[in-house]
Write a protein that binds this ligand. Sequence first.
Ligand code: ATP
Ligand code: LTN
Length: 338
Amino acid sequence: MENTQNAPVTEKKKISLSGIQPTGVMTLGNYIGAVRNWVKFQQEYDCIYMIANLHALTVRQDPAALKKSTIAAYALMLACGVDPERSIAFVQSQVPYHTELTWILNCYTQFGEMSRMTQFKDKSAKHADNINVGLFSYPVLMATDILLYQSDVVPVGDDQKQHLEVTRDIAERFNGIYGNVFTVPEAYIPPSGARIMSLVDPTKKMSKSDENPNAFVAVLDDKDTVIRKFKRAVTDSEAEIVYREGKDGINNLLTIYSAVTGKTIAEVEAEFAGKGYGDFKLAVGETVADHLRPAREKFNEYMADKAFLENAMRSGAERAAYIARKTMSKVNKKVGII
Ligand code: ATP
Ligand code: LTN
């Protein structure tokens, strides 16, 4: 049953849509690069945010763990500030139009363009024993997520840029054949913090699927853990806290500190001029931990209220389905599917 009463009022604000996979734990990279912009965008756009649990199946998952982490990821998205009343917050698998449109868009996507995706190359190297077709066509499901809702803007981190380009190509190709069916979306990649680096190897992006938990700070890490991870963060053998090429570790810490305090890099450099790396790392750790504390507390509150979460998910999925169904029937009509 779809709830039409709660459908968003169409006063024609632009639509912001994004998603996050429920695998692993949300990292500080996910938060700074993506999720906090989702929260900010609620002021300006009609927002639709989802937990991309179907995407998670491209890597082998333990079923019980996936179920649990999907609910936890949803709770954490709300805890970070996505308001399930103002925005549409839902779980991808609860809106079956995602799989339905994906099949159709698969038929409008070229093998060659999927083969060029760097995430596919990286992930197939990492999971060489399970290079499944889903992993290959992952960007088509992502294009579906975006195009189903006629999204205008998609706030993501730097690593998703290529997927957004392919989404635009698919939309333009489809529109070229059938007329204006899909809004062609724009990526929003923040000017700073779009690529937070690993604390262990600052030439690699901070990734929630990193085997080494010291490589990332999780939004739910407690204060001591956050501080400990920053204290161990790999830097360099100089002793100067400045943003400069070749100082990947320090650059990363400066970016993180600037992102959570709202200060510019120049202001942060001035604040720590003449200080040692030890002091700086401690300050970054304490500041980040304090910044994340409210989300951690709210997360615990949401997780203690399963009825609320179930309700929010159901209502989010109903509101999403109301929009998705319109796009789906338009597409079916255009391509001649009865
Ligand atoms: P995985 O490690 O499994 O690839 P991930 O950490 O990249 O996962 P996703 O769920 O794929 O997490 O990403 C959610 C959002 O967070 C995306 O918009 C992505 O671009 C952004 N993001 C991921 N890692 C970073 C990072 N290190 N810095 C900034 N943004 C990031
Ligand atoms: N593939 C994305 C997660 C994702 C997404 C989306 C992001 C799934 N569907 C739609 C933006 C819009 C990732 O971060 N790996």
